[in-house]
Ligand binder design. Structure first.
Ligand SMILES: Nc1ncnc2c1ncn2[C@@H]1O[C@H](COP(=O)(O)OP(=O)(O)OP(=O)(O)O)[C@@H](O)[C@H]1O
Length: 284
């Protein structure tokens, strides 16, 4: 424990309120409190708390339908929201999307948001916001994008499209990048490539990573927040959570590899099967 006022002391808690250990981390870059989203009368989020660390990768985890994408969209102002979203001291809750973007938050959405009929270069050009877009950086991180500048983005592989999506966020001097399931639907080898790119990007800009691939999360994310049914059920150290078989199973629907193997065996034995859980992929 420290008396340094720049450090926030907080206690990690689980859904049942049980203390999961004391922890401290530098003041959050983004501190979300009691985030609520109602769409067409449906309560999608009802109490999301989220702290994004000022460096490295913070993971946003949870089973399918837990509310991860909605949380990302709510930060960006893409869905109506209430609660507090304090970004480096600035309240985002009342801001429309273009002003959130102007605060320096880059968003790589789940569907990648690529203009398939436009070239790679045109896709990047559309994302330019700064007077001097950082093409050198983007091309250093993704040499492939320079090579394929004139190629229609719709003809790129999934991994290459993901590079365009993340590249666009690196083009401007953003202070936070939100990447929503960047490895979704990608082959394991490509997942490794995207993971490498995310690791490099995170050395320059903090990343909030929505991700189901727990091997990747384990590798990249120091801290994580877990959602279930539209609320936060856990915040803490990623390695600690993933090492805790019981907590991983309860919060994410998976345990260690041993537990996953047991679950597979149980399924083969016609036992009730956990549905829509996060994936435990061995690569990268
Ligand atoms: N526009 C909407 N209208 C109605 N229901 C919605 C809308 N957007 C999301 N939902 C519902 O809200 C819940 C949370 O969805 P969300 O996409 O945020 O979850 P998620 O954790 O990102 O899931 P996944 O991992 O499958 O992407 C789901 O039950 C979803 O069907």
């Amino acid at each position: 424990m420290t008396d340094d006022p720049s450090l926030t002391q907080y206690r990690e808690t689980t859904v049942d309120g049980r203390a999961a250990g004391a922890a401290e981390m530098p003041r959050s870059l983004l501190a979300v409190r009691d985030l609520r989203v109602v769409i067409d009368g449906l309560h999608i989020l009802h109490g999301v708390d989220l702290d994004v660390a000022p460096t490295g990768v913070t993971a946003l985890l949870g089973r399918n339908g837990a509310g991860k994408t909605t949380t990302a969209k709510a930060v960006m102002g893409l869905v109506p929201r209430s609660g507090s979203l304090l970004f480096d001291g600035v309240e985002l809750a009342g801001l429309p999307t273009h002003l959130v973007v102007r605060q320096g938050i880059g968003y790589a959405p789940e569907d990648r948001g690529i203009f398939a009929g436009l070239t790679v270069a045109e896709n990047l050009r559309l994302a330019e916001r700064d007077a001097e877009p950082a093409y050198d950086l983007v091309h250093e991180l993704f040499p492939e994008l320079r090579k394929r500048a004139r190629q229609a983005a719709g003809t790129l592989s999934g991994g290459q499209q993901q590079m365009v999506a993340i590249g666009r966020t690196m083009l401007n001097r953003n202070r936070l990048i939100i990447a929503d399931e960047p490895t979704k639907g990608l082959a394991p080898k490509i997942v490794s490539e995207v993971a490498e790119v995310l690791a490099q990007a995170a050395e320059r800009v903090p990343i909030l990573l929505v991700e189901q691939n727990l091997a990747l999360v384990r590798r990249l994310a120091g801290r994580c927040t877990v959602l279930a049914d539209g609320r936060t059920v856990h915040q803490g150290d990623t390695a600690e959570l993933l090492a805790d078989e019981e907590a991983s199973r309860r919060l994410l629907g998976v345990g260690s590899r041993r537990a996953s193997a047991a679950a597979t065996q149980a399924a083969a034995d016609d036992s009730p099967r956990p549905v829509e859980s996060a994936t435990e992929v061995t690569s990268p």
